[in-house]
Design a protein around this ligand. Structure first.
Ligand code: THU
Length: 132
């Protein structure tokens, strides 16, 4: 079973693959999924700025394509920021595949610095049984 520190290591490695020539702000994310695998992502920017994708979204895409849709924990690391809490859109994306208690590890250069939950990051989330 991957530890929080394993997820930090994976997120840091992933940040090295960031394509962020516009912001010059690399981000890495690492998801521990229900299948026990770690899925990683880095932000991938675009000259048409709104088309860029966050690290968390890339990691979620990797997880889904790996055949799993349940997040057990996630680490986020941005070398240029002490802590990089997921943006609002990524909170909604993470919530889709998490429980309120799913842990989010906010990392600095030394490792996990703060642990929060998806529920704390996205209180009063948009959830409904009535769609579809
Ligand atoms: N970014 C992420 O990858 N994840 C976040 O949660 C926050 C922001 C990226 C998007 C953009 O490429 C860069 O950081 C600067 O906003």
């Amino acid at each position: 079973m991957a530890s929080p520190n394993d997820l930090f290591d994976a997120a840091r490695t992933a940040s090295g693959k960031s394509y962020s020539p516009y912001s010059k702000f690399p981000v890495g994310a690492a998801i521990l999924a229900a299948d026990g695998a770690i899925y990683t992502g880095a932000n991938v920017e675009n000259l048409a700025y709104p088309e860029g994708i966050c690290a968390e979204g890339v990691a979620i895409g990797q997880m889904v394509m790996g055949g799993t849709t349940s997040i057990k924990a996630v680490a986020v690391y941005a070398p240029r920021l002490a802590l990089c809490p997921p943006c609002g859109g990524c909170r909604q994306k993470l919530a889709e595949f998490s429980d309120a208690g799913t842990e989010v590890y906010l990392c600095d250069d030394t490792g996990v610095r703060e642990t929060v939950t998806v529920g704390a990051l996205l209180p009063h989330a948009f959830e409904t049984e009535n769609i579809g």
